[in-house]
Design a binder for this molecule. Structure first.
Ligand SMILES: CC(C)(COP(=O)(O)OP(=O)(O)OC[C@H]1O[C@@H](n2cnc3c(N)ncnc32)[C@H](O)[C@@H]1OP(=O)(O)O)[C@@H](O)C(=O)NCCC(=O)NCCS
Length: 324
Protein backbone atom coordinates (compact mmCIF):
# COMPACT_ATOMS: atom_id res chain seq x y z
CA UNK A 1 0.00 0.00 0.00
CA UNK A 2 1.27 3.47 -0.91
CA UNK A 3 1.76 5.67 2.15
CA UNK A 4 0.85 9.33 2.26
CA UNK A 5 1.53 11.81 5.00
CA UNK A 6 -1.54 13.84 5.94
CA UNK A 7 -0.82 17.40 7.11
CA UNK A 8 -2.83 20.57 7.64
CA UNK A 9 -3.16 22.64 4.45
CA UNK A 10 -0.73 25.59 4.50
CA UNK A 11 -0.13 28.45 2.06
CA UNK A 12 2.91 26.63 0.64
CA UNK A 13 0.63 23.77 -0.54
CA UNK A 14 -1.73 25.99 -2.54
CA UNK A 15 0.11 25.82 -5.91
CA UNK A 16 0.08 21.99 -5.65
CA UNK A 17 -3.60 22.04 -4.68
CA UNK A 18 -4.46 24.32 -7.61
CA UNK A 19 -2.64 21.98 -9.98
CA UNK A 20 -4.92 19.14 -8.83
CA UNK A 21 -8.02 21.28 -9.39
CA UNK A 22 -6.75 22.05 -12.88
CA UNK A 23 -6.14 18.36 -13.64
CA UNK A 24 -9.63 17.48 -12.39
CA UNK A 25 -11.11 20.25 -14.53
CA UNK A 26 -9.22 19.13 -17.65
CA UNK A 27 -10.46 15.55 -17.11
CA UNK A 28 -14.05 16.82 -16.85
CA UNK A 29 -13.62 19.00 -19.93
CA UNK A 30 -12.67 15.93 -21.97
CA UNK A 31 -16.16 14.58 -21.18
CA UNK A 32 -17.97 17.95 -21.37
CA UNK A 33 -15.89 19.70 -24.07
CA UNK A 34 -17.89 22.94 -24.16
CA UNK A 35 -16.92 23.90 -20.59
CA UNK A 36 -14.89 27.16 -20.64
CA UNK A 37 -11.11 26.95 -21.06
CA UNK A 38 -9.34 26.42 -17.73
CA UNK A 39 -6.97 29.35 -18.21
CA UNK A 40 -9.97 31.71 -18.22
CA UNK A 41 -10.91 30.49 -14.73
CA UNK A 42 -7.50 30.17 -13.11
CA UNK A 43 -7.12 33.69 -11.74
CA UNK A 44 -10.44 33.67 -9.91
CA UNK A 45 -9.77 30.13 -8.71
CA UNK A 46 -6.47 31.16 -7.15
CA UNK A 47 -8.25 33.88 -5.16
CA UNK A 48 -11.08 31.56 -4.09
CA UNK A 49 -8.74 28.77 -3.03
CA UNK A 50 -6.61 31.14 -0.96
CA UNK A 51 -9.70 32.54 0.77
CA UNK A 52 -10.95 29.01 1.47
CA UNK A 53 -7.60 27.95 2.92
CA UNK A 54 -7.58 31.08 5.12
CA UNK A 55 -11.14 30.55 6.36
CA UNK A 56 -11.55 26.82 6.64
CA UNK A 57 -9.38 24.00 7.84
CA UNK A 58 -7.91 21.83 5.18
CA UNK A 59 -5.70 18.81 4.83
CA UNK A 60 -3.15 17.70 2.24
CA UNK A 61 -1.85 14.27 1.34
CA UNK A 62 1.89 14.54 0.73
CA UNK A 63 4.17 12.01 -0.88
CA UNK A 64 7.87 12.86 -1.09
CA UNK A 65 6.89 16.45 -0.34
CA UNK A 66 4.49 16.62 -3.30
CA UNK A 67 0.79 17.47 -2.89
CA UNK A 68 -1.03 14.37 -4.17
CA UNK A 69 -4.41 15.34 -2.74
CA UNK A 70 -6.17 17.95 -0.61
CA UNK A 71 -9.50 18.61 1.08
CA UNK A 72 -10.67 21.96 2.48
CA UNK A 73 -14.13 23.14 3.42
CA UNK A 74 -16.11 26.04 4.81
CA UNK A 75 -17.46 25.59 8.32
CA UNK A 76 -21.27 25.93 8.26
CA UNK A 77 -23.49 26.79 11.23
CA UNK A 78 -26.37 24.95 9.58
CA UNK A 79 -26.08 22.51 6.72
CA UNK A 80 -29.17 20.73 5.37
CA UNK A 81 -30.87 21.05 8.73
CA UNK A 82 -30.07 22.61 12.04
CA UNK A 83 -26.82 20.79 12.68
CA UNK A 84 -23.37 22.24 12.02
CA UNK A 85 -21.27 20.96 9.19
CA UNK A 86 -18.60 21.49 6.57
CA UNK A 87 -19.05 22.25 2.89
CA UNK A 88 -16.18 21.43 0.50
CA UNK A 89 -16.69 23.27 -2.82
CA UNK A 90 -15.56 22.01 -6.22
CA UNK A 91 -12.24 23.86 -5.87
CA UNK A 92 -11.79 22.64 -2.28
CA UNK A 93 -10.66 19.14 -3.14
CA UNK A 94 -8.58 17.20 -5.62
CA UNK A 95 -6.43 14.10 -5.90
CA UNK A 96 -3.97 12.90 -8.49
CA UNK A 97 -5.27 10.18 -10.79
CA UNK A 98 -2.89 7.51 -9.50
CA UNK A 99 -4.15 6.11 -6.15
CA UNK A 100 -7.02 8.60 -6.17
CA UNK A 101 -9.29 6.36 -4.13
CA UNK A 102 -6.72 5.78 -1.41
CA UNK A 103 -5.81 9.46 -1.23
CA UNK A 104 -9.44 10.55 -0.77
CA UNK A 105 -10.07 7.82 1.81
CA UNK A 106 -7.11 8.91 3.93
CA UNK A 107 -7.91 12.59 3.59
CA UNK A 108 -11.54 12.09 4.59
CA UNK A 109 -10.65 9.84 7.54
CA UNK A 110 -8.41 12.57 8.89
CA UNK A 111 -10.67 15.53 8.06
CA UNK A 112 -13.85 13.86 9.35
CA UNK A 113 -12.16 13.02 12.67
CA UNK A 114 -11.49 16.72 13.15
CA UNK A 115 -14.91 17.87 11.90
CA UNK A 116 -16.77 15.46 14.18
CA UNK A 117 -14.63 16.44 17.19
CA UNK A 118 -15.74 20.01 16.46
CA UNK A 119 -19.42 18.98 16.36
CA UNK A 120 -19.74 19.29 12.57
CA UNK A 121 -21.91 16.32 11.68
CA UNK A 122 -23.24 17.29 8.27
CA UNK A 123 -20.65 16.87 5.49
CA UNK A 124 -21.18 17.99 1.90
CA UNK A 125 -18.69 17.96 -0.97
CA UNK A 126 -18.88 18.89 -4.65
CA UNK A 127 -17.08 16.78 -7.28
CA UNK A 128 -16.85 16.66 -11.04
CA UNK A 129 -19.80 14.56 -12.17
CA UNK A 130 -18.04 12.59 -14.91
CA UNK A 131 -15.27 11.38 -12.56
CA UNK A 132 -17.03 8.13 -11.72
CA UNK A 133 -14.09 6.70 -9.74
CA UNK A 134 -14.26 9.63 -7.32
CA UNK A 135 -18.05 9.52 -7.06
CA UNK A 136 -17.88 5.80 -6.38
CA UNK A 137 -15.15 6.28 -3.77
CA UNK A 138 -17.32 8.73 -1.83
CA UNK A 139 -20.41 6.58 -2.25
CA UNK A 140 -18.50 3.83 -0.47
CA UNK A 141 -17.60 6.38 2.22
CA UNK A 142 -21.28 6.77 3.02
CA UNK A 143 -22.22 9.73 0.80
CA UNK A 144 -25.29 10.16 -1.38
CA UNK A 145 -26.18 12.53 -4.22
CA UNK A 146 -28.05 15.71 -3.34
CA UNK A 147 -27.33 18.51 -5.89
CA UNK A 148 -26.30 18.73 -9.52
CA UNK A 149 -24.80 21.52 -11.64
CA UNK A 150 -25.43 21.07 -15.33
CA UNK A 151 -24.65 23.04 -18.48
CA UNK A 152 -25.62 23.26 -22.14
CA UNK A 153 -24.60 25.21 -25.19
CA UNK A 154 -27.07 28.02 -25.78
CA UNK A 155 -29.03 26.61 -28.71
CA UNK A 156 -32.58 27.12 -30.00
CA UNK A 157 -35.14 24.57 -28.81
CA UNK A 158 -38.31 23.64 -30.57
CA UNK A 159 -41.32 24.37 -28.37
CA UNK A 160 -44.84 23.83 -29.61
CA UNK A 161 -47.17 24.29 -26.62
CA UNK A 162 -50.44 25.62 -28.03
CA UNK A 163 -52.43 28.52 -26.55
CA UNK A 164 -49.40 29.68 -24.61
CA UNK A 165 -47.85 33.14 -24.55
CA UNK A 166 -44.33 33.55 -23.14
CA UNK A 167 -43.20 37.07 -22.17
CA UNK A 168 -40.07 38.60 -20.69
CA UNK A 169 -41.07 39.96 -17.30
CA UNK A 170 -40.56 43.38 -15.77
CA UNK A 171 -41.43 44.96 -12.41
CA UNK A 172 -45.05 45.62 -13.41
CA UNK A 173 -45.55 41.86 -14.01
CA UNK A 174 -44.30 40.73 -10.61
CA UNK A 175 -47.59 41.04 -8.62
CA UNK A 176 -49.26 38.43 -10.84
CA UNK A 177 -46.27 36.07 -10.42
CA UNK A 178 -46.08 36.30 -6.62
CA UNK A 179 -48.51 33.48 -5.93
CA UNK A 180 -46.64 31.13 -8.33
CA UNK A 181 -43.39 32.04 -6.59
CA UNK A 182 -44.89 31.20 -3.22
CA UNK A 183 -46.11 27.82 -4.51
CA UNK A 184 -42.62 27.24 -5.90
CA UNK A 185 -40.99 27.80 -2.49
CA UNK A 186 -43.55 25.54 -0.78
CA UNK A 187 -43.06 22.84 -3.41
CA UNK A 188 -39.62 21.98 -1.98
CA UNK A 189 -41.11 20.99 1.39
CA UNK A 190 -42.87 18.04 -0.23
CA UNK A 191 -41.61 14.48 -0.33
CA UNK A 192 -39.03 13.42 -1.35
CA UNK A 193 -37.30 16.83 -1.35
CA UNK A 194 -38.03 18.08 2.22
CA UNK A 195 -36.19 21.36 1.77
CA UNK A 196 -36.99 24.59 3.55
CA UNK A 197 -37.24 27.73 1.39
CA UNK A 198 -38.51 31.04 2.70
CA UNK A 199 -41.92 31.92 1.26
CA UNK A 200 -43.23 34.70 3.54
CA UNK A 201 -42.96 37.63 1.18
CA UNK A 202 -42.81 36.42 -2.43
CA UNK A 203 -43.51 39.78 -4.09
CA UNK A 204 -40.81 41.53 -2.11
CA UNK A 205 -38.38 38.65 -2.82
CA UNK A 206 -39.08 38.83 -6.56
CA UNK A 207 -38.63 42.62 -6.60
CA UNK A 208 -35.32 42.40 -4.72
CA UNK A 209 -34.18 39.66 -7.09
CA UNK A 210 -35.12 41.50 -10.33
CA UNK A 211 -33.43 44.69 -9.09
CA UNK A 212 -30.04 42.97 -9.16
CA UNK A 213 -27.72 43.47 -12.13
CA UNK A 214 -28.37 41.36 -15.22
CA UNK A 215 -31.24 39.37 -13.66
CA UNK A 216 -34.04 38.32 -16.04
CA UNK A 217 -37.24 36.35 -15.98
CA UNK A 218 -39.78 34.98 -18.41
CA UNK A 219 -43.33 33.92 -17.67
CA UNK A 220 -45.98 31.93 -19.48
CA UNK A 221 -49.62 32.92 -19.79
CA UNK A 222 -52.44 30.56 -20.64
CA UNK A 223 -55.69 32.37 -21.40
CA UNK A 224 -54.30 35.37 -19.57
CA UNK A 225 -53.38 33.42 -16.41
CA UNK A 226 -49.72 33.00 -15.42
CA UNK A 227 -48.86 29.29 -15.31
CA UNK A 228 -45.07 29.32 -15.03
CA UNK A 229 -41.88 31.36 -14.88
CA UNK A 230 -38.14 30.93 -15.29
CA UNK A 231 -35.30 33.04 -13.84
CA UNK A 232 -31.83 33.69 -15.27
CA UNK A 233 -28.84 35.42 -13.66
CA UNK A 234 -25.07 35.74 -14.12
CA UNK A 235 -23.92 33.44 -11.31
CA UNK A 236 -24.88 30.01 -10.06
CA UNK A 237 -23.35 27.67 -7.52
CA UNK A 238 -19.92 26.82 -8.98
CA UNK A 239 -16.86 28.82 -10.02
CA UNK A 240 -17.61 27.74 -13.60
CA UNK A 241 -21.05 29.34 -13.45
CA UNK A 242 -19.34 32.70 -12.72
CA UNK A 243 -17.53 32.68 -16.08
CA UNK A 244 -18.76 35.60 -18.23
CA UNK A 245 -19.79 33.24 -21.05
CA UNK A 246 -22.24 31.45 -18.74
CA UNK A 247 -25.72 32.62 -17.73
CA UNK A 248 -27.55 30.53 -15.17
CA UNK A 249 -31.11 29.39 -14.65
CA UNK A 250 -31.68 29.79 -10.92
CA UNK A 251 -35.43 29.18 -10.72
CA UNK A 252 -38.23 27.63 -12.73
CA UNK A 253 -41.75 26.66 -11.80
CA UNK A 254 -44.85 25.52 -13.64
CA UNK A 255 -48.20 25.29 -11.84
CA UNK A 256 -48.99 21.76 -10.75
CA UNK A 257 -51.95 21.14 -13.07
CA UNK A 258 -50.19 22.58 -16.11
CA UNK A 259 -47.03 20.44 -15.91
CA UNK A 260 -46.14 17.95 -18.65
CA UNK A 261 -47.69 20.07 -21.45
CA UNK A 262 -44.58 21.82 -22.68
CA UNK A 263 -44.76 25.03 -20.60
CA UNK A 264 -41.33 24.44 -19.07
CA UNK A 265 -39.85 23.81 -22.49
CA UNK A 266 -41.51 26.95 -23.93
CA UNK A 267 -39.95 29.05 -21.14
CA UNK A 268 -36.55 27.43 -21.61
CA UNK A 269 -36.75 27.96 -25.38
CA UNK A 270 -37.47 31.69 -24.97
CA UNK A 271 -34.59 32.07 -22.55
CA UNK A 272 -32.29 30.25 -25.00
CA UNK A 273 -33.27 32.62 -27.83
CA UNK A 274 -32.58 35.64 -25.65
CA UNK A 275 -29.23 34.29 -24.42
CA UNK A 276 -28.19 33.61 -28.01
CA UNK A 277 -29.15 37.13 -29.09
CA UNK A 278 -27.27 38.62 -26.15
CA UNK A 279 -24.15 36.60 -26.97
CA UNK A 280 -24.01 34.16 -24.04
CA UNK A 281 -22.78 30.83 -25.47
CA UNK A 282 -23.40 28.74 -22.35
CA UNK A 283 -26.36 28.20 -20.05
CA UNK A 284 -26.03 26.57 -16.61
CA UNK A 285 -28.52 25.30 -14.07
CA UNK A 286 -28.31 23.73 -10.62
CA UNK A 287 -30.93 21.49 -9.12
CA UNK A 288 -31.59 19.04 -6.33
CA UNK A 289 -31.23 15.47 -7.56
CA UNK A 290 -33.97 14.57 -5.06
CA UNK A 291 -36.42 16.85 -6.92
CA UNK A 292 -37.84 14.29 -9.32
CA UNK A 293 -39.68 16.67 -11.68
CA UNK A 294 -36.75 19.11 -11.85
CA UNK A 295 -34.13 16.37 -12.32
CA UNK A 296 -36.06 14.79 -15.19
CA UNK A 297 -36.56 18.12 -16.90
CA UNK A 298 -32.98 19.45 -16.66
CA UNK A 299 -31.32 16.12 -17.45
CA UNK A 300 -33.21 16.10 -20.72
CA UNK A 301 -31.62 19.35 -21.94
CA UNK A 302 -28.39 19.78 -19.90
CA UNK A 303 -25.22 17.80 -19.14
CA UNK A 304 -24.28 17.42 -15.46
CA UNK A 305 -20.74 18.53 -14.62
CA UNK A 306 -20.82 18.44 -10.82
CA UNK A 307 -22.42 16.23 -8.21
CA UNK A 308 -22.69 17.39 -4.61
CA UNK A 309 -22.71 14.53 -2.15
CA UNK A 310 -23.82 14.60 1.48
CA UNK A 311 -23.38 12.52 4.60
CA UNK A 312 -24.90 12.96 8.05
CA UNK A 313 -22.90 11.56 10.97
CA UNK A 314 -24.61 9.98 13.98
CA UNK A 315 -24.39 12.79 16.51
CA UNK A 316 -24.44 10.33 19.45
CA UNK A 317 -20.99 9.08 18.43
CA UNK A 318 -19.93 12.66 17.81
CA UNK A 319 -20.98 13.78 21.29
CA UNK A 320 -19.06 10.91 22.84
CA UNK A 321 -15.95 12.14 21.02
CA UNK A 322 -16.59 15.78 21.97
CA UNK A 323 -16.88 14.76 25.64
CA UNK A 324 -13.90 12.38 25.61
C1 LIG B 1 -39.42 21.30 -13.91
C2 LIG B 1 -40.69 21.97 -14.46
C3 LIG B 1 -40.49 23.50 -14.44
C4 LIG B 1 -40.91 21.49 -15.90
O1 LIG B 1 -42.06 22.16 -16.41
P1 LIG B 1 -43.12 21.41 -17.37
O2 LIG B 1 -44.01 22.44 -17.91
O3 LIG B 1 -43.74 20.26 -16.66
O4 LIG B 1 -42.11 20.88 -18.50
P2 LIG B 1 -42.51 20.24 -19.91
O5 LIG B 1 -43.98 20.03 -19.98
O6 LIG B 1 -41.89 21.04 -20.97
O7 LIG B 1 -41.75 18.85 -19.82
C5 LIG B 1 -42.07 17.90 -18.83
C6 LIG B 1 -42.41 16.55 -19.47
O8 LIG B 1 -43.62 16.66 -20.21
C7 LIG B 1 -43.42 16.15 -21.52
N1 LIG B 1 -44.25 16.94 -22.44
C8 LIG B 1 -44.02 18.18 -22.85
N2 LIG B 1 -45.00 18.57 -23.68
C9 LIG B 1 -45.86 17.58 -23.77
C10 LIG B 1 -47.08 17.40 -24.45
N3 LIG B 1 -47.58 18.36 -25.20
N4 LIG B 1 -47.70 16.22 -24.28
C11 LIG B 1 -47.19 15.27 -23.53
N5 LIG B 1 -46.04 15.38 -22.83
C12 LIG B 1 -45.39 16.52 -22.96
C13 LIG B 1 -41.96 16.37 -21.77
O9 LIG B 1 -41.48 15.51 -22.78
C14 LIG B 1 -41.38 16.08 -20.43
O10 LIG B 1 -41.26 14.68 -20.28
P3 LIG B 1 -40.23 14.01 -19.21
O11 LIG B 1 -40.86 14.21 -17.87
O12 LIG B 1 -40.20 12.59 -19.64
O13 LIG B 1 -38.94 14.73 -19.36
C15 LIG B 1 -41.94 21.57 -13.65
O14 LIG B 1 -41.99 20.17 -13.54
C16 LIG B 1 -41.97 22.15 -12.24
O15 LIG B 1 -42.41 23.29 -12.02
N6 LIG B 1 -41.52 21.37 -11.26
C17 LIG B 1 -41.57 21.82 -9.87
C18 LIG B 1 -40.54 22.91 -9.59
C19 LIG B 1 -39.19 22.51 -10.10
O16 LIG B 1 -38.76 21.37 -10.01
N7 LIG B 1 -38.48 23.49 -10.62
C20 LIG B 1 -37.14 23.32 -11.08
C21 LIG B 1 -36.27 23.83 -10.04
S1 LIG B 1 -34.60 23.35 -10.18
Amino acid sequence: MVKFIIRELEAEHLPGALKLVREGYEEEKKMVPFLPAYKELEESLQIKLKALADEGKGFVALRDGEVTGFLAGYPMDQLFGSCRGVYVPLFGQGAQKENRQEIYRELYTCAAEKWVEEGKYSHALTFFAQDRETIDTWFWLGFGLRCVDAIRKTEPLEATASGLEVKKGNFADLPMLASLDQKHSRYYRNSPVFMLKSCENPLQDLKEWLKRENHHLWYALQEGTPVGYLQVEPTGETFISHHPAVMNITGAFVADKTRGRGVGLALLAQAQNWLKEEGYPLCGVDFESINIAGSKFWNRYFTPYTFSLVRRIDERVGREKENA
